[in-house]
Design a protein around this ligand. Structure first.
Ligand code: ZN
Length: 161
């Protein structure tokens, strides 16, 4: 099984590339992502988190697995702040400001366009995963000082465990 890439793995800061079409290889990557996400009890995962720089995300909020290729936030309205965690940043939570209601567009595994209108927490999860495709982690939503303190704490815990 694919290990989840943990910060400061440099691949987490790279931009994932858009896919031109959905082939068998894309399906295989999406399967591997879903497997790693479920094994780690995650609710979302982006391809760079298993070391693949392609624009693929998987989300499972308990209502079944959704795979989105080339996802983008087309529109967003309102804002709220909530503590978020990330499988690539064990043991820390960060308050992140995100859009309340969003319109997300992407493709499914058949290459068909999918449009999602999401409000509240589900929309937040998609925004988090799309951030990953742009090399942005939750720690990049806070000040540099807070980030350095949190990362020091996280790396110490990882070393001790
Ligand atoms: Zn994450």
């Amino acid at each position: 099984m694919d290990e989840i890439r943990i910060y400061p793995d440099p691949i987490l800061r790279k931009k994932a590339l858009p896919l031109k079409n959905v082939d068998g290889q894309v399906k295989e990557i999406a399967d591997r992502m879903a497997e790693s996400m479920h094994a780690n009890k995650g609710i979302g995962l982006a391809a760079p988190q298993i070391g693949v720089l392609s624009q693929i995300i998987v989300v499972d909020l308990g209502e079944g697995l959704r795979i989105l290729i080339n996802p983008e936030m087309v529109e967003g309205e309102g804002e709220s702040v909530l503590e978020e965690g990330c499988l690539s940043l064990p043991n820390i939570e960060v308050p992140v400001k995100r859009k309340d209601s969003v319109f997300i567009r992407g493709w499914d595994l058949d290459g068909k366009e999918v449009n999602l209108e999401l409000v509240g927490f589900p929309g937040r999860v998609y925004q988090h995963e799309i951030d990953h495709l742009n090399g942005i982690l939750i720690i990049h939503h806070i000040s540099r000082l807070k980030r350095e303190l949190l990362l020091k704490k996280m790396l110490k815990k990882l070393k001790d465990s």
